[in-house]
Design a protein around this ligand. Structure first.
Ligand SMILES: Cc1cc2nc3c(=O)[nH]c(=O)nc-3n(C[C@H](O)[C@H](O)[C@H](O)COP(=O)(O)O)c2cc1C
Length: 145
């Protein structure tokens, strides 16, 4: 069974809606188990084959909890090398956070990242939710190969 972890932060619920739809899309692929959380302790990350981070953009960057999560992984020397990594997030006008998180995953942790991050403006509409489901499905299928 391939395991996917989706960790997200969401202040006003928009990235949360994306996270739920991504989980739904991934769960539809057989042989895949999905966990959806606001936080996971770094030592447990080794149990997952793919790690997705939901990061909304605030003040032209990622929020402190997302930054702290990445910091904690680095401090604990948790090896995420060659695990699949992907990032998504809601934004309003500039949307820097997902790209910044993806760079840490790629260059610091050596993860196999899915280009490009999925960004949606404010609350996802029906089309946006569909894109989230597709994103989740694509990652789950990537694991099944
Ligand atoms: C105080 C504040 C600062 C923000 N700064 C940015 C920003 O720099 N760039 C941007 O694209 N969106 C910015 N936004 C918009 C949020 O990214 C947007 O509302 C998003 O949907 C929030 O996602 P969430 O509901 O998952 O927290 C900001 C919103 C607030 C309330």
């Amino acid at each position: 069974m391939n395991k996917i972890l989706i960790v997200y932060y969401s202040r006003s619920g928009n990235t949360k809606k994306m996270a739920i739809a991504i989980a739904e899309g991934a769960k539809n692929v057989s042989g895949v188990e999905v966990e959806l959380k606001n936080y996971e302790s770094p030592e447990k990350l080794v149990n997952f084959d793919a790690i997705l981070i939901g990061a909304p953009t605030y003040h032209h960057g990622m929020t402190n909890n997302v930054k702290n999560f990445l910091e904690e992984i680095a401090l604990h020397n948790v090896s995420l090398k060659d695990k699949i990594g992907a990032v998504f997030g809601s934004y309003g006008w500039s949307g820097e956070a997902p790209r910044l998180v993806l760079e840490v995953m790629k260059y610091k942790f050596g993860m196999k990242v899915i280009e490009s991050p999925l960004l949606l403006k404010y609350a996802p509409d029906l089309d946006g939710l569909e894109r989230c489901k597709e994103f989740g499905k694509k990652i789950a299928e990537e694991l099944s190969i």
